[in-house]
Design a binder for this molecule. Structure first.
Ligand code: ADP
Ligand code: MG
Length: 474
């Protein structure tokens, strides 16, 4: 067996040539450079990962056969990808041995088709033009994104961006809102509309979490340049739930570079966040300041007409009808979150179909109670303090006073107890807000109130009165 890798590769090529089309040979084999033959492993250089994927997908049997024949029974093939990096000088070499897939000693099972693998995970091989899976959900369109006061600005900005991606002043477009108010839906709609209007554009939807996971893997495998290259090739990049990058310095850093490159090249960036950008903790300032370059548009809680339209649309889509008073009841009672609204609707529609019974207000009430009221949401400590003070007819300043007056102490303890139950604030922060007390005082207060609730019927009734107002807010 000779050690001459060039000679061996030429022998392989002569067989390959007879077994593939002329076009296939030109496209996929002529650009391969044989690099070495060490320990029965023939290493070849290819220009992109896409090449590797394509070769693996279409020519694996043929490659296996020629390697066995000319390298030997134990022959293996390894790839070295030399990526041409257009925005940096020279080339970047990524040793294939560090790749997650296919390290490809021939004869091992073919790599899994990637869904969130490390590199160019969205690439669909076998097509002439490099195409990616945009990861867009066809169900989230502009057509079924009901327009209302609460979303008008964000929606029209989205339409504008889809019409002229990268060209409007809305770059990046940052969409922010609390959960369940339509961020994900809207950004998919923008992506779909962009593709419809500009089929030639490469659109990619990615969750920030996915971006981060991919980055960590790429980094581990020394594939950072490839990771960046891939994202820099996108025309319209949609990153959902950017708050997930909080505290993830590495991903933020890499995203910063991608962001700059895309923006400099008039590519469109769309970002969603569950907080107003400047309220994002653990996010680099230089990234936050980039977000301000474009437009930040929020989605607010849906107003009554929008809620009613969403309900009617949903019924219409499903060919179901509810009595008007039921529609009104739902719209009047599920106010803060469209996801919850949909949950209630789905449940009611299922029940009405299953039981073949008309939907009644009672039934609706039960479902709403189950769906909405039980999910305790966060209420601010400030709101709780104000409600408690309201009840006892004292001011928050009085409540904060360092006094042993029974009424004040009681109000403070109740406020602490309710804050622990309904807010996400820490004991320390609750204490701070309730008269600069420490966390041990809050702990003690909670215990005192819990004891009194068990033993004092009158207190319990009074407490229930106060709690009602706060629970309604939650
Ligand atoms: P977020 O990403 O803000 O948490 P989603 O986009 O997931 O919220 O929206 C939650 C649900 O509400 C989805 O099923 C979505 O289709 C629906 N939804 C949100 N806004 C609208 C709207 N304006 N019209 C119709 N459905 C909506
Ligand atoms: Mg979402």
């Amino acid at each position: 067996m000779t050690n001459n890798h060039v000679e061996i590769w030429n022998k392989c090529l002569s067989v390959i040539k007879d077994n593939v089309t002329e076009q296939g040979y030109k496209t996929w084999f002529e650009r391969i450079i044989p690099l070495s033959l060490v320990d029965n492993t023939l290493t070849i250089q290819v220009p992109t990962y896409f090449f590797v994927e394509y070769l693996e997908e279409h020519y694996i049997d043929l490659l296996k056969m020629v390697i066995k024949r000319f390298v030997g029974e134990k022959g293996k093939l390894d790839y070295k990808v030399v990526v041409d990096s257009s925005n940096s000088a020279g080339t970047v070499t990524v040793p294939s041995a560090n790749r997650n897939f296919p390290k490809n000693p021939i004869g091992q099972p073919a790599p899994q088709r990637l869904s969130d693998g490390p590199i160019n995970p969205f690439v669909i091989p076998g097509l002439k033009k490099l195409q990616i899976d945009s990861q867009l959900n066809e169900n989230y369109t502009f057509d079924n994104f009901i327009e209302g006061e609460c979303n008008r600005l964000a929606r029209s900005a989205g339409l504008r961006v889809a019409k002229d991606p990268g060209k409007s002043a809305f770059n990046p477009l940052v969409i922010y809102s609390g959960t369940g108010l339509g961020k994900t839906h809207l950004c998919h709609a923008i992506g779909l509309e962009t593709k419809r209007l500009h089929p030639d554009k490469t659109v990619l939807y990615v969750q920030a979490e996915q971006l981060s996971t991919q980055y960590v893997t790429a980094n581990k495998n020394n594939n950072r340049p490839d990771f960046i290259n891939f994202y820099q090739m996108i025309d319209v990049l949609i990153v959902d739930d950017i708050q997930f990058l909080s505290g993830k310095a590495g991903t933020q850093d890499v995203f910063f570079h991608i962001f700059n490159h895309l923006q400099q090249n008039n590519k469109q960036i769309i970002i969603t966040s569950d907080k107003f950008p400047s309220d994002l903790q653990g996010m680099e300032d230089r990234l936050l300041s980039r977000f301000k370059w474009g437009l930040t548009a929020d989605l607010q809680s849906p107003d009554l007409p929008t809620r009613t339209s969403i309900i009617r649309e949903k019924l219409h889509d499903n060919g179901i009808s509810f009595p008007d008073e039921v529609v009104e009841y739902i719209a009047g009672n599920v106010r803060n979150n469209i996801r919850e609204l949909e949950g209630v609707m789905n449940s009611l529609m299922a029940q009405s179909l299953l039981n073949k019974k008309a939907v009644t207000i009672e039934m609706t009430q039960q479902i709403i109670d189950r769906f909405v009221r039980n999910t305790v949401k966060e209420v601010s400590v400030e709101y709780i303090i104000n409600s408690v003070c309201d009840y006892f007819k004292i001011s928050p300043e009085q409540m904060a006073l360092n006094t042993r007056k029974h009424q004040v102490v009681q109000a403070r303890q109740i406020a602490m107890y309710l804050s622990k139950k309904y807010s996400n604030a820490s004991l320390a922060s609750i204490g701070q807000q309730c008269g600069k007390k420490d966390h041990a005082t809050v702990h003690h207060a909670c215990k005192t109130i819990a004891d009194r609730l068990e033993t004092d019927k009158q207190f319990k009734a009074m407490f229930a009165d106060i709690e009602k107002k706060i629970a309604m807010q939650a």
